[in-house]
Design a protein around this ligand. Structure first.
Ligand SMILES: *[C@@H]1O[C@H](CO)[C@@H](O)[C@H](O)[C@H]1NC(C)=O
Ligand SMILES: *[C@@H]1O[C@H](CO)[C@@H](O)[C@H](O)[C@H]1NC(C)=O
Ligand SMILES: *[C@@H]1O[C@H](CO)[C@@H](O)[C@H](O)[C@H]1NC(C)=O
Ligand SMILES: *[C@@H]1O[C@H](CO)[C@@H](O)[C@H](O)[C@H]1NC(C)=O
Ligand SMILES: *[C@@H]1O[C@H](CO)[C@@H](O)[C@H](O)[C@H]1NC(C)=O
Ligand SMILES: *[C@@H]1O[C@H](CO)[C@@H](O)[C@H](O)[C@H]1NC(C)=O
Length: 474
């Protein structure tokens, strides 16, 4: 009887707190929750946290330095001749605060719109592509940057994918020559949700790209918004009915299937939601409602058309949420268990907002660990409110540390057991240790993979891969 009551209470609590229980999972994630293949890959030893911010006009006090490993300055301008300059002002002050905080600062080029149009033009001839690479090196020197991020949204043709590859390869070589092998960070943004370099180019082997860059930053958001036929989350965790492949988990699967190395895959966490104005006669408590086509209002603080940042959502006067999980008057908040995200509907404007909060981001961060990815990326760090979403990123890093510590503790206890044992049991516990130990020596694996990039073997294998790529493109 007691058992039944306890079960019932558990079930009720589970139904009421479906999201919160999963968020707790991140802050309680343990060694046993993580697959052995992830433990042995070494990704949890050096997790990365990339935070995008503006290249200028940002108060360093608004940057969550202690949560980040890399600050990404978006965007430096590129022109058709391949010349790169900061988009305004001098980012030197922000970069020096980053360095004082032990955070690397890298410059991003491209983005949606004119920045990427300019990249496409610069990559269009060998002369301008060469100029682009030289200009990136100059900027890294001039501003003491720690690297660059290519955010090309997006190659339209196979030829442009090849040109992007060539530019990344040349940038890697130029950085290694100018600053020392591996001294500078090179990343690229992965725009497409389906593991392609652009929505209109065929799917191809992504491994030559992940071999030359340090990290691919997956844009695991912008799946649905005012541009879609129905209201749906900015970043659904799972696919929504009728739209296969458009979700956080599907995009990760797609890029891994394309050959992108999980040890270099960083998934994006949006600090904002997207809005749609829905048709009045469609409202029945279901998340997916036909788009009325009316332009939805921007948020009260950021005033971005079609998007509400967490700062907007939590604004004390005009926000939609009066706590991370409680709607303000006029708004109704729901949680969707298919997409593992919250959504809001305003009762008069019929504004729908599909967004991420502490719980949905914790679910995503949890998945990043158990899938064996190497880190998280945030777009954008200044969109937080009172460090609420940053606390999820902090818990992500703590979970990685906790698991690595538990792994080391389990290995040293296995070692002392084997030292204390004798004869045949010593042999069998050694055997057990070495099979566990493939996870156990993950720090050595990590070191090996870092070394790999600089080894001659790595270069030979890389040039083989490059030949394969060259054949693929012919
Ligand atoms: C660069 O030059 C090579 C030959 O050296 C050529 O095959 C390639 O198409 C050129 N790329 C561009 C973007 O002009
Ligand atoms: C990549 O860069 C290296 C070093 O500059 C060069 O030898 C190699 O030919 C390049 N690979 C391709 C496919 O362009
Ligand atoms: C609500 O509307 C959606 C789409 O318009 C429909 O699929 C669903 O069955 C409706 N649900 C209820 C409970 O009426
Ligand atoms: C919308 O919500 C507000 C605040 O809860 C309430 O005063 C108002 O009557 C509601 N309007 C409609 C049309 O339901
Ligand atoms: C972060 O972890 C702490 C416990 O360490 C927990 O109390 C808190 O709810 C977690 N926050 C999130 C957003 O997961
Ligand atoms: C223990 O290991 C040694 C060396 O690997 C081997 O020669 C020996 O046969 C093993 N003994 C048992 C009982 O497995």
């Amino acid at each position: 009887m007691e058992l039944h009551i306890a079960t019932l209470i558990c079930l009720l609590a589970h139904a009421a707190m479906a999201s919160a229980s999963i968020a707790t999972r991140l802050s309680n994630l343990q060694l046993n929750d993580v697959p052995g293949s992830v433990l042995s890959s070494g990704v949890l030893e050096n997790p990365v946290v990339f935070g995008y911010t503006f290249e200028s006009g940002i108060d360093p006090l608004n940057i969550p330095w202690s949560s980040l490993t890399h600050l990404v300055l978006a965007f430096f301008n590129v022109d058709a001749a391949g010349t790169v300059v900061p988009s305004s002002g001098n980012p030197g002050a922000l970069i020096s605060v980053a360095h004082k905080n032990g955070v690397k600062a890298i410059a991003s080029i491209g983005g949606s719109g004119s920045g990427s149009t300019a990249i496409a033009m610069a990559l269009g001839t060998n002369a301008t592509s060469t100029a682009l690479v030289a200009s990136l090196v100059d900027n890294v020197k001039k501003y003491s940057l720690d690297g660059v991020d290519f955010d090309f949204e997006f190659p339209e043709t196979t030829q442009q994918v090849q040109s992007l590859y060539n530019a990344l390869n040349s940038t890697r070589s130029a950085f290694d020559a100018a600053f020392g092998r591996g001294a500078k960070t090179l990343t690229m943004t992965l725009f497409s949700s389906k593991g392609q370099f652009g929505p209109n180019v065929p799917q191809m082997d992504a491994s030559p790209f992940s071999d030359i860059v340090d990290y691919g930053l997956l844009m695991s958001y912008d799946y649905f918004g005012s541009f879609s036929a129905v209201s749906a989350p900015n970043s659904p965790f799972y696919d929504i009915p009728g739209y296969p492949g458009l979700s956080f988990t599907s995009s990760i699967t797609a890029w891994l299937r394309s050959g992108w190395d999980a040890k270099k895959l960083v998934a994006g966490l949006p600090y904002y939601g997207r809005t749609t104005t829905v048709q009045a006669n469609s409202i029945n408590g279901t998340q997916f409602m036909p788009n009325s086509g009316a332009a939805p209002p921007g948020g009260p603080v950021s005033k971005i058309s079609g998007a509400w940042t967490w700062t907007d959502l939590r604004d004390p006067t005009n926000g939609a949420l009066r706590s991370p999980t409680m709607a303000r008057q006029g708004w109704q908040r729901y949680w969707d268990t298919t997409t593992e995200t919250p959504w809001l509907l305003h009762n008069t404007s019929l504004t729908y907002i599909g967004y991420d909060d502490l719980d949905s981001l914790a679910i995503k961060a949890n998945h990043i660990i158990t899938r064996g990815l190497v880190g998280v990326m945030v777009w954008m760090v200044q969109y937080d409110y009172a460090d609420e979403l940053n606390s999820v990123v902090g818990n992500y890093t703590k979970a990685c540390e906790r698991i690595v510590n538990q792994l080391e503790a389990s290995q040293s206890s296995t070692e002392s057991e084997s030292e204390n044992s004798v004869g045949s049991s010593r042999n069998s516990s050694n055997g057990e240790q070495s099979s566990r130990g493939s996870g156990g020596t993950s720090s050595q694996n990590g070191a090996a993979s870092r070394h790999w990039k600089s080894s001659n073997v790595g270069r030979v294998v890389m040039s083989l891969l490059i030949s394969v790529l060259a054949l693929t493109f012919q």
